[in-house]
Write a protein that binds this ligand. Structure first.
Ligand code: ZN
Length: 126
């Protein structure tokens, strides 16, 4: 193992590229890379020893999940402040979408008049 030096290119997990990428060492601590910079997106971060971070739950999905929880079992929902903000924001977006849909929707033609019943039973005889 050679000595790590500033500017050395090493592999590490980039959270932005979401994969192992080439990184250059930008900071060294106790002979080990402390901080690295992704050579692809130039994102600086602590050296992760090529380990991917634990998967994060998407904040938006989490908000929706909390919303469902609130409806199913209100006492089970946590972080009420954050949740309310998220849900409000989503409700606004939905309202906007609905308003647009109403403007764009063309008036439906009136339904055709009901057809007279055919005397299918007798006419079909051969
Ligand atoms: Zn990157």
């Amino acid at each position: 193992m050679g000595e790590i030096r500033l500017g050395d290119i090493i592999d590490d997990f980039c959270v932005k590229c979401k994969r192992i990428m080439n990184h250059s060492v930008v900071s060294i601590l106790n002979g080990e890379p402390a901080k690295v910079r992704c050579r692809t997106c130039h994102n600086d971060h602590d050296y992760r020893h090529e380990q991917a971070p634990p998967p994060k739950v998407d904040a938006r999905k989490q908000a929706l999940f909390n919303e469902v929880l609130t409806k199913v079992a209100p006492e089970a929902a946590e972080d009420e402040d954050v949740e309310e903000l998220e849900v409000e924001a989503e409700a606004e977006v939905e309202a906007e979408v609905e308003a647009e849909a109403e403007v764009e929707a063309e008036p439906k033609p009136p339904p055709p008049p009901p057809k007279a019943k055919k005397k299918a039973g007798k006419a079909a005889k051969k």
